[in-house]
Design a binder for this molecule. Structure first.
Ligand SMILES: Cc1cc2nc3c(=O)[nH]c(=O)nc-3n(C[C@H](O)[C@H](O)[C@H](O)COP(=O)(O)OP(=O)(O)OC[C@H]3O[C@@H](n4cnc5c(N)ncnc54)[C@H](O)[C@@H]3O)c2cc1C
Length: 560
């Protein structure tokens, strides 16, 4: 057994919205709480969220409508009890953020303004212009500081320590010194964000590499529904940067090369504001059928006029000018679908508990299953605050009821050997080369439209990359901020996730939400209304299936 130098009742990994909200809740419940994050909290990807956060705060709206839209949007794969919690608690969470100082945009009469978002039956997306995530992250960070949560920033977690199915803590790398240490905790919460960087030109930050999901999977926690990757309809072709759905929410049109607003062909009622999977498939079909503009379609905001664009969408105007060379005030912006969001993640129940004792997860790295096969825009930052808080409360309760479990003596030396092996190998492979190759494979073989032969070939290519990773060499052997080393750890994680995504997708012989197969075009509720669950075994990833929690909404044909 080792004497871990650092120990905390509750240890949260991740300082995005989910992690910080969890830490504040645990601290408020009276237990000693710390956060570990590989970047400064304010650099977490949550800070990039643009368009808004959903809640039925408007007079004529109701949380039940929001619940239904969420379940329909998920293509009926969301657990309806979890989606109920998300939507029922949403308005109170907005009010709480407001009381903590979050400056939501408002109507003239002072009420919180809401904008329409895709797949929603009512305009229920609250926002702060187009910098919503940044402002909410600032608000929650203030609460972290106020409540005396310890923050270890620029510490990189490399493994989760589980023995006899009980979580004991983590091993973490202090990036400023290169030192690996054991951190004990009574309860651990992972809030490590999405895995967007498994794909090419994702909208996600460079840090969204899915480490937490892979680390939990390796430690024995099952992962769920990872084959469902959201391609966002409006990303810039040059670099994958996001143009918020808020643009269409404010009234922007999608046009093809013939100047047609083509969306009404695919979604007769909602048009541009159908749910994201529907819009991305429509755009891609237009492009495949020759009605694209240099591999893109056009997002036209011109009719909104300069004053409104400047008031509601100032950031995306800047992004379009800087990265697409066009000002949306007087020219349509070329956009295309890009990898954006990981619907699946670490499998947890409604209290955010995984099947590993003392191990919890919340936010984009988790699958409490409110998004099912397709997430609605604006529901993700809502999930981080609602379920972040629940995870913190659950972890604090667990920590009060349990003592520190012993920490296996091999855990730290194992990770030191892993790092040393990366330094000492004489292999010739480079992290950047393998990462580019993996992203290209995932975009080519697991894109918006999928089929058997293409996916089977993709699985083989991912496995070949995993074999090549054994020969990865790192030239930089320094101990101070060695990003070559952390990038190798990130790639190691992403290769696991690429295989999990690929296997789940290949096995699912239907089209549901973001998983669209040209060889199985229909949703097949009789055989596939179930969650994919993947667990690590000595023979490799083991697939099984788990029932979806149904409720009052029976699956119907999904039209917009
Ligand atoms: C450009 C963009 C715009 C978006 N806009 C919206 C929107 O308008 N509305 C909406 O609802 N959703 C939006 N989303 C989605 C939403 O922002 C994210 O799903 C959500 O913010 C994720 O929050 P999180 O707390 O789960 O993770 P993140 O905010 O991604 O934070 C992850 C944290 O984990 C830490 N971490 C990860 N790995 C490790 C490790 N190995 N060791 C230590 N720390 C680690 C990181 O340092 C970071 O602090 C958007 C996403 C993007 C990319």
């Amino acid at each position: 057994m080792v004497d871990a130098a650092i120990q905390h009742d509750v240890l949260v990994v991740g300082a995005g919205l989910a992690g910080m909200r969890a830490a504040v809740a645990a601290r408020e419940a009276g237990v000693d709480t710390a956060i570990i994050s590989k970047v400064h909290p304010m650099r977490s990807h949550s800070g990039a969220a643009q368009g808004g956060i959903n809640a039925a705060v408007a007079k004529d709206d109701s949380w039940e409508n929001h619940w239904f839209d969420t379940v329909k949007g998920s293509d009926y794969l969301a657990d309806q009890d979890a989606a109920e919690i998300l939507t029922r608690l949403a308005p109170d969470n907005i009010r709480e953020l407001e009381h903590q100082g979050c400056l939501f945009s408002r109507w003239q009469d002072g009420r919180i303004a809401t904008r329409p978002f895709g797949g929603a039956g009512f305009p229920r997306t609250c926002f702060v212009a187009d910098i919503t995530g940044h402002v909410i992250l600032q608000t929650v960070y203030e609460q972290v500081l106020k409540n005396g949560v310890t923050v270890y920033e620029e510490f990189f977690v490399v493994s989760l320590i589980v023995e006899d199915n009980v979580c004991r803590g983590v091993i973490t790398l202090d990036m400023s010194t290169g030192k690996l240490s054991a951190v004990r905790a009574k309860a651990v919460v992972f809030a490590t964000g999405g895995s967007g960087r498994v794909f090419y030109k994702s909208t996600n930050s460079l840090i969204s590499t899915g480490d937490g999901v892979a680390i939990a999977y390796r430690a024995g926690a099952p992962v769920e529904d990872m084959e469902f990757i959201q391609f966002h309809p409006t990303t810039l072709a040059s670099n994958g940067v996001l143009i918020t759905e808020g643009a269409r929410g404010e009234g922007a049109y999608l046009l093809n090369s013939e100047g047609d607003r083509f969306m009404f062909k695919y979604a007769p009622t909602k048009g541009e504001l159908a749910s994201r999977d529907v819009v991305s498939r429509a755009e891609w079909t237009e492009i495949l059928e020759g009605r694209g503009v240099n591999g893109c379609v056009l997002l036209d905001l011109r009719h909104l006029c300069e004053a409104r664009i400047q008031e509601r969408l100032p950031q995306i105007r800047e992004l379009a000018i800087d990265f697409a060379g066009c000002d949306p005030v007087n020219a349509p912006v070329p956009i295309k679908p890009g990898a954006h969001y990981t619907m699946g993640g670490i499998r947890v129940d409604k209290t955010c508990a995984s099947t590993v004792q003392g191990f919890f997860a919340a936010g984009e790295c988790s699958a409490v299953s409110v998004h099912g096969a397709n997430r609605l825009g604006g529901n993700s930052i809502l999930e981080t605050v609602v379920f972040g808080k629940i995870a913190g409360v659950s972890a604090a309760q667990y920590a009060r009821e349990h003592d520190y479990a012993s920490f296996p003596s091999s855990a730290l030396p194992d990770q030191e050997s892993r790092r040393n092996a990366l330094f000492q190998t004489t292999g010739k492979e480079k992290v950047a080369v393998l990462r580019d190759a993996m992203q290209a494979v995932m975009n080519e073989h697991f894109h918006i439209f999928r089929n058997e032969a293409q996916m089977a070939a993709g699985v083989n290519k991912v496995r070949q990359l995993r074999e090549r990773f054994a020969n990865v060499a790192i030239n930089d052997h320094s101990m101070v901020f060695n990003t070559a080393l952390t990038e190798a750890f990130e790639l190691d994680a992403m290769l696991d996730l690429a295989e999990i995504i690929a296997l789940g997708a290949l096995a699912r012989k239907e089209s549901r939400g973001a998983h669209a197969r040209i060889d199985y075009k229909d949703r097949d509720d009789a055989n596939w209304l179930k969650h994919t669950v993947i667990t690590r075994s000595p023979e490799g990833p083991k697939l099984s299936y788990a029932p979806v929690t149904m409720g009052k909404f029976q699956p119907m044909e999904r039209v917009y």
